[in-house]
Design a protein around this ligand. Structure first.
Ligand SMILES: Cc1cc2nc3c(=O)[nH]c(=O)nc-3n(C[C@H](O)[C@H](O)[C@H](O)COP(=O)(O)O)c2cc1C
Length: 216
């Protein structure tokens, strides 16, 4: 394609491929769909450290997530200190795996930043998902520990991490090289997908044949 570099061509197919192309290194990476389909919540991690450039990539992935009104309200606390990681199970009932993992990321929103948007929980959720998919693409496992909207959990993290009054913690992501293998689980549910109107079954094959003239 004239005028189009390998990097810009690859950006149409996989953001993770772009990273590999740009860096030109041998960092393990997988394509976007494989990362999506084989990401699983991991609850067992090795103590193998995660290097700084990998952590940077996770954060770049977080900042790359869509945001309502393009508001830049997301804030992240990178937790690598062993003592801090060991306190996480006291703050969250699912955070026991943090005792083995070398890294967790606390995803927060600074609600004082303009433009303010009511969509901040979703903005933080998609950033959380981007971290987890980037992690999977680089061979790291992850576990989403939900905080917002549970008030008691929010309070525990606000206090433990000295969050300012305008900052709300939304999720904690525990990260590390997993003890378990990644695997695909086909969760597609025919009964949860409708065609053009609630109640009418969607059948991908038939849709292809009749998509031109479907009466509502
Ligand atoms: C908003 C949200 C909050 C979650 N909170 C927790 C949690 O507190 N503890 C936990 O073990 N898993 C939590 N999870 C992970 C889900 O339990 C997990 O994604 C689900 O069981 C499906 O498994 P999979 O991720 O392996 O596909 C959360 C996921 C989401 C999206």
């Amino acid at each position: 394609m004239p005028g189009m570099s390998i990097i810009s061509f690859c950006s149409f197919t996989s953001p993770f491929l772009v990273y590999a192309e740009k860096k030109g290194d041998d960092m393990p990476s997988t394509d976007a769909l494989s990362a999506i389909f084989t990401r699983r919540s991991m609850r067992g991690f090795s103590s193998r450290p995660i290097d700084g450039s990998t952590i940077h990539t996770l954060l770049r992935a977080a900042f790359s997530a869509p945001a309502a009104e393009n508001a830049h309200t997301r804030r992240f606390i990178v937790i690598t200190n062993r003592n801090a990681l060991d306190t996480l199970p006291a703050l969250h009932p699912s955070a026991e795996p943090a005792r083995q993992s070398p890294l967790s990321i606390l995803v927060c929103c600074d609600t004082s930043i303009e433009p303010q948007t009511l969509f901040w929980p979703q903005d933080c959720a998609v950033a959380t998902q981007n971290i987890m998919l980037a992690a999977r693409a680089m061979g790291l496992g992850s576990l989403w520990c939900g905080i917002h909207p549970l008030e008691a959990r929010e309070k525990a993290f606000i206090s433990a991490f000295s969050l300012p009054g305008t900052v709300r913690p939304v999720s904690l992501v525990i990260l590390g090289y997993p003890l378990q293998s990644f695997f695909e689980k086909d969760l597609y549910d025919d009964h949860a997908v409708f065609s053009n109107l609630w109640g009418k079954s969607y059948r991908p094959k038939q849709e292809e044949d009749s998509s031109q003239n479907v009466p509502l």
